[in-house]
Design a protein around this ligand. Structure first.
Ligand SMILES: Cc1ncc(C[n+]2csc(CCOP(=O)(O)OP(=O)(O)O)c2C)c(N)n1
Ligand code: SF4
Length: 275
């Protein structure tokens, strides 16, 4: 039997030139391991899996994995994924995206995919910055943080990804971090198994830009800080608000059943055909 740590090697593209583009210590590779283990645990046929991404460091992930993959334009992963899902409703369509890709240029696709409750899993790798293009601020950059485009501190408020996803209509919403790997494996597994629009925020480190510009330390320090600053939702429910200040909550925020878009679309086709 394969060791858990070896599973990822079974799914790498055999002919893809490595090393990958990620900086040493970047959390994106950890998320890739979680995704692969989740797919492996669910025993999905790899021909029935389609990974779709936009543009960004996070969005490079599908290039390394041996599934059906689409590397699309910046912000448009969900638009392409919607097309794939409607054309091939039996497929497991999984979007890998960054916070900028999903919530800035792709923000409209994100909320409307949630509103439709289309059966797509979206993994938003949130490193609080635009990594690939040099550390500009994104919709998840915390207020007053530094970025190359906010050298005096960012004066915009940031999105809370789970709240945004829940408000827009997603039916499974969770958050994990690249420190809490076993939990992230499970959250991604549950999201993929869900029939409906499922969102997992995978909180990750961009020590190269966010860490350096905000004196948050190197990769190890940033990942260790996730351990210190995170409280699981169940524990948080028992704590007074002052104990939650500055903390990040992780776990499953929402898991409910609602009619799914492809099913409703098929019902419409059947009714028009008089079936
Ligand atoms: C239409 C368009 N606008 C802008 C860009 C430039 N661009 C490429 S990646 C990127 C930001 C990526 O940030 P994010 O999605 O947060 O991913 P990360 O690199 O941090 O993983 C931008 C602005 C582009 N390729 N296409
Ligand atoms: S720039 Fe940041 S997000 Fe991109 S690979 Fe490097 S550490 Fe990761």
């Amino acid at each position: 039997m394969l060791q858990k740590s070896d599973v990822v090697h079974q799914y790498l593209r055999p002919k893809k030139a490595f090393p990958n583009v990620w900086c040493p210590g970047c959390g994106i590779g950890i998320v890739m391991g979680c995704l692969v283990r989740a797919i492996d645990t669910l025993q999905l046929n790899r021909d029935d899996v389609c990974l779709v991404s936009g543009i960004g460091c996070s969005s490079r992930m599908p290039a390394y994995l041996d599934f059906n993959t689409l590397h699309t334009t910046h912000g448009r992963a969900l638009a392409f994924a919607t097309g794939v899902k409607l054309a091939k409703p039996h497929m497991k369509v999984i979007v890998i995206t960054g916070d900028g890709d999903a919530l800035a240029i792709g923000g409209n696709h994100f909320i409307h995919s949630a509103r439709r409750n289309i059966d797509i899993t979206t993994i938003v790798i949130n490193n609080m910055i635009y990594g690939m293009t040099g550390g500009q601020f994104s919709p998840t950059t915390p207020a007053d943080s530094y970025a190359t485009t906010s050298p005096y501190g960012n004066k915009e408020n940031n999105f809370d990804i789970p709240k945004l996803a829940m408000g827009a209509g997603a039916t499974y919403v969770a958050r994990g971090t690249v420190y809490h790997v076993n939990q992230l494996d499970e959250l991604i597994e549950q999201a993929i198994a869900k029939r409906g629009f499922s969102v997992v925020e995978a909180f990750s480190n961009c020590h190269t830009y966010y860490g350096r510009l905000n004196r948050a330390g190197d990769a190890v320090k940033m990942i260790e800080d996730m351990k210190k600053n995170v409280i699981p939702l169940k524990a948080a429910a028992k704590l007074p608000p002052e104990k939650l200040e500055g903390k990040m909550l992780t776990g499953v925020f929402l898991d409910l059943e609602k009619p799914e878009y492809c099913d409703r679309y098929q019902e419409l086709i059947d009714s028009l055909k008089g079936k």
